[in-house]
Design a protein around this ligand. Structure first.
Ligand SMILES: *[C@@H]1O[C@H](CO)[C@@H](O)[C@H](O)[C@H]1NC(C)=O
Ligand SMILES: *[C@@H]1O[C@H](CO)[C@@H](O)[C@H](O)[C@H]1NC(C)=O
Ligand SMILES: *[C@@H]1O[C@H](CO)[C@@H](O)[C@H](O)[C@H]1NC(C)=O
Ligand SMILES: *[C@@H]1O[C@H](CO)[C@@H](O)[C@H](O)[C@H]1NC(C)=O
Ligand SMILES: *[C@@H]1O[C@H](CO)[C@@H](O)[C@H](O)[C@H]1NC(C)=O
Ligand SMILES: *[C@@H]1O[C@H](CO)[C@@H](O)[C@H](O)[C@H]1NC(C)=O
Ligand SMILES: *[C@@H]1O[C@H](CO)[C@@H](O)[C@H](O)[C@H]1NC(C)=O
Length: 441
């Protein structure tokens, strides 16, 4: 939502202060040419989260990197006793983490040409590496073994798009790293930044793997990929077209949307705009954050039902990614958040107290209404496996806009990111799920 400079607001049917709305609108239309300290606070107060990267301007870059990694080729040859490419039906969502320093990680984050610095924990000072060496073992079956070449073949002449927030982007970076190592020739791959869209292309395959920034699904005042107001969030209840134009032609779409609907203050509410400034009938209401989520789901569902070509486009929705900011949940000290956690939680069935499972149930029931039209939205249920991984977050080992100072590193309560995930790491498994669905389901 980028309202014109002098919005005409005819009805103001809410207790929202006019001043705060105007403030946010004005702030929103300011063009900031460089950004130094833009802190998204997410659920975690006072914590500058690693949401944005430095690439503000559109740029097309072929990163020159000569030491491409060949996905541990030697080891992958010896996989006789490794997971079958199983087709059997089984529930991948429940299982356990198995320590595996032979087959994990699947790539080197230090060598991935397209990793983002806020996720590159080993490059920015994280010395323990166990977090890279866990394999997800579902109960009763194995995940299909990921093969980048086979995935790229599957994506030949196709476009896959991740649509959502920085956690979905975390998954996109992971997938790009998982496949780019299989393309050692730098001339055959490219990453392009263009506003809300980041595009990875593998030329030999004419395969595209994109990420599109749209944290609240519908249009909102947080749609700028770098400058997004969070204090006064406003969504437009009935506007998604502008976003949808960016992904309507995709062959595969993976949506997500979760953390942006969580409260980071007890009294936080979502402002919902009906009508439009253009038509002079703009009206604002305030709702509970989770009710805002339903409004967005409703609009997305409607749009998909009316527009998606079900013969062409396969749709996924990625489950909620949990945060680990409250160490007392697993017997730790709260002021450390998830800093210095080196192993997963082993307690079977552990659920991060902060995870709201009901939101995914809601999403599932909205998408269920599309079944009568023959449209299926598949859920990548990655919540439980991620719940266990208190050790998987960047904490203070990341580069935001600059590397953290010593003082900041010594202050995890304010600076540890326990929301996003180090790469290689947990989102690689989310992509193994995606791979499994695409290849076998
Ligand atoms: C692989 O599949 C075969 C037959 O489908 C089965 O006998 C074997 O135990 C499986 N191996 C593993 C490691 O799951
Ligand atoms: C997987 O198992 C969980 C927990 O028992 C259950 O809630 C979920 O519905 C199952 N998913 C499928 C696809 O069976
Ligand atoms: C991956 O798949 C390709 C194409 O099917 C095959 O040639 C290659 O051996 C596979 N790689 C591994 C490591 O299994
Ligand atoms: C390349 O892929 C795009 C989808 O990303 C598709 O529209 C186009 O037709 C493909 N080109 C060729 C030559 O097949
Ligand atoms: C960037 O995106 C716009 C549409 O939003 C498109 O018109 C333009 O061609 C894109 N530029 C590049 C270099 O892809
Ligand atoms: C989708 O495929 C079915 C069966 O092949 C066909 O009847 C239908 O017309 C197709 N729909 C569209 C929108 O192309
Ligand atoms: C996801 O799986 C968990 C168990 O791992 C289950 O409790 C939850 O209901 C599932 N959610 C959905 C939307 O299927």
């Amino acid at each position: 939502m980028k309202p014109e400079a002098t919005p005409k607001m005819t009805v103001l049917g809410s207790p929202v202060g006019l001043r705060s709305i105007l403030n946010s609108l004005v702030a929103f239309s300011i063009i900031v040419s460089f950004i130094t300290f833009l802190f998204y606070q997410g659920q975690e107060r006072n914590m500058p989260m690693a949401i944005e990267h430095e690439h503000q301007e559109m740029q097309a870059k072929v990163v020159a990197h000569h030491e491409q990694l060949r996905v541990k080729e030697a080891q992958v040859q010896l996989t006789a006793e490794l997971p079958n490419d199983s087709k059997e039906e089984c529930n991948w969502s429940t299982g356990r983490w198995v320590y595996d320093n032979v087959y994990r990680p699947m790539y080197s984050g230090l060598k991935c040409a397209f990793i983002f610095p806020e996720l590159s924990c080993d490059r920015y000072g994280r010395k323990d590496v166990m977090y890279q060496h866990w394999r997800w073992q579902p109960h009763g079956c194995d995940l299909p073994r990921f093969n980048a070449t086979r995935l790229l073949e599957k994506l030949r002449n196709k476009r896959l798009v991740f649509v959502g927030d920085s956690l979905n982007r975390n998954q996109w970076v992971s997938l790009v790293c998982m496949v780019e190592a299989s393309i050692p020739d730098d001339r055959l791959k490219i990453r392009v930044f263009n506003g809300s869209l980041i595009s990875f292309k593998a030329f030999e395959y004419n395969a595209t793997i994109d990420f599109y920034w749209s944290p609240l699904l519908v249009e909102s005042n947080s749609d700028d990929p770098i400058i997004h107001r969070v204090e006064y969030r406003i969504i437009r209840a009935d506007k998604i077209e502008k976003h949808a134009n960016a992904w309507r032609d995709a062959d595969i779409i993976i949506f997500n949307s979760y953390v942006w609907w969580r409260k980071h203050k007890a009294d936080m509410r979502m402002k919902v705009m009906y009508g439009s400034f253009e038509d002079g009938d703009a009206r604002l209401e305030e709702v509970e954050m989770v009710d805002g989520f339903e409004i967005a789901l409703k609009k997305l569902t409607e749009w998909l039902g009316d527009n998606i070509d079900k013969n062409r486009t396969r749709i996924f929705f990625a489950g909620s990614s949990p945060t680990h900011s409250w160490a007392s949940n697993w017997g730790g000290v709260n002021r450390n958040k998830c800093l210095n956690e080196k192993e997963p939680i082993y307690k079977v069935g552990y659920k991060a107290a902060s995870t709201d499972y009901s939101m995914m149930e809601k999403a599932k029931s909205y998408f269920g209404t599309l079944e009568q039209k023959g449209i299926c939205v598949e859920i990548l249920n990655i919540t439980e496996l991620s719940d266990y991984r208190k050790d998987g977050h960047p904490t203070v080992f990341r580069k935001q806009f600059a590397v953290l100072t010593k003082e900041q590193m010594a202050n995890p309560a304010s600076y540890a990111d326990c929301t996003h995930w180090c790469l290689p790491g947990v989102p690689d498994v989310w992509n193994e799920f995606l791979y499994g669905y695409l290849m076998y389901k």
